[in-house]
Design a protein around this ligand. Structure first.
Ligand code: AMP
Length: 281
């Protein structure tokens, strides 16, 4: 497995693979890799001849008061995980390789990005769309893999690929969880022992909400109330949002009858965690 720090190296490698007629899968990440990321790499390795994992903490998707500086990083461990999982290339650029002096072009979206995480993180999806577009142009993959853990991101990327004719298949992958149900996340390392225990409330609340829908509850407000009540019963938890939206438009719904995304963002202490479930129809 190679580790490349420059765009040029990646392009040269991909060119060689293309000459051999090999297919290429891309798994974009911010590193500090865990089983969630690994599940994406595993799937990509199964479905492509060669897999590129990008490890890049993208400064443009963090707001001024967010955790860009403190975001956990461990390149040695990440390389080992990628190699063991069968990736062929890790792309690990420095910020100034991706955003050269005078950089001024951004990819933005008028729909899908205003609600949910876009409300508290107004520039987040502009940064995500920009960096993912750049990665798509650098790697030119056949397929790219994204987790349902970041459901709004998955919807946004699918939409962007259609709008901008990228011609890349976007593959959504299920949420990987800890034994107690907490969705795996690089940010879980911020939690102290009490917060780690409190963090299980996200999945507990969502599980109850899902059960209620499966038992026939159609009123989205009632389901949101159930979820909100459970989260509020945890003293260390502070709700950012509890939303039930249409899984296509990401607009709030009154009825849970269609294809829906039920998503929450909750502060546990200072750490903002997200989780969700999707009911496809
Ligand atoms: P990140 O490094 O947090 O930007 O995540 C990189 C990719 O891994 C994104 O597509 C995430 O949705 C996905 N991912 C992160 N955590 C999980 C998880 N617990 N299960 C499945 N996919 C995940």
């Amino acid at each position: 497995m190679k580790v490349a720090g420059t765009v040029k190296e990646v392009r040269e490698q991909v060119k060689e693979w293309r000459k051999e007629g090999l297919s290429v899968g891309l798994v974009p990440t911010m590193g500090y890799l865990h089983e969630g990321h690994k599940s994406l790499i595993d799937r990509a390795v199964k479905e492509n001849d060669r897999v590129v994992v990008s490890v890049f903490v993208n400064p443009t998707q963090f707001g001024p008061n967010e955790d860009f500086e403190s975001y956990p990083r461990d390149m040695e461990k990440d390389s080992a995980l990628c190699e063991a999982a069968g990736a062929a290339l890790v792309f690990h650029p420095e910020p100034d390789e991706m955003y050269v002096d005078g950089y001024s072009t951004f990819v933005d979206m008028n729909t899908l990005t205003g609600g949910l995480c876009g409300k508290t993180r107004p520039i987040h999806f502009r940064g995500v769309c920009t960096v993912v577009s750049k990665l798509f142009n650098i790697v030119t993959p056949d397929r790219a893999y994204f987790g349902q853990k970041d459901a709004q991101q998955l919807a946004v990327i699918k939409h962007m690929v259609t709008d901008l004719n990228f011609g890349i298949e976007i593959v959504g992958c299920p949420i990987i969880r800890e034994q107690d149900g907490l969705a795996k996340s690089s940010r879980n390392t911020y939690l102290n022992a009490d917060e780690r225990a409190a963090a299980t409330v996200l999945n507990k609340a969502l599980t109850e909400g899902k059960k209620q829908i499966e038992a026939g509850e159609k009123d989205a407000e009632k389901v949101k109330k159930t979820i909100t009540g459970i989260i509020e019963s945890e003293p260390l938890a502070k709700i950012d949002y509890v939303e039930i939206v249409d899984w296509k438009t990401l607009e709030p719904v009154e009825s849970t009858g269609g294809a829906i995304l039920c998503a929450v963002a909750v502060y546990i202490g200072k750490t903002r965690l997200i989780d969700n479930f999707i009911i496809e129809k």
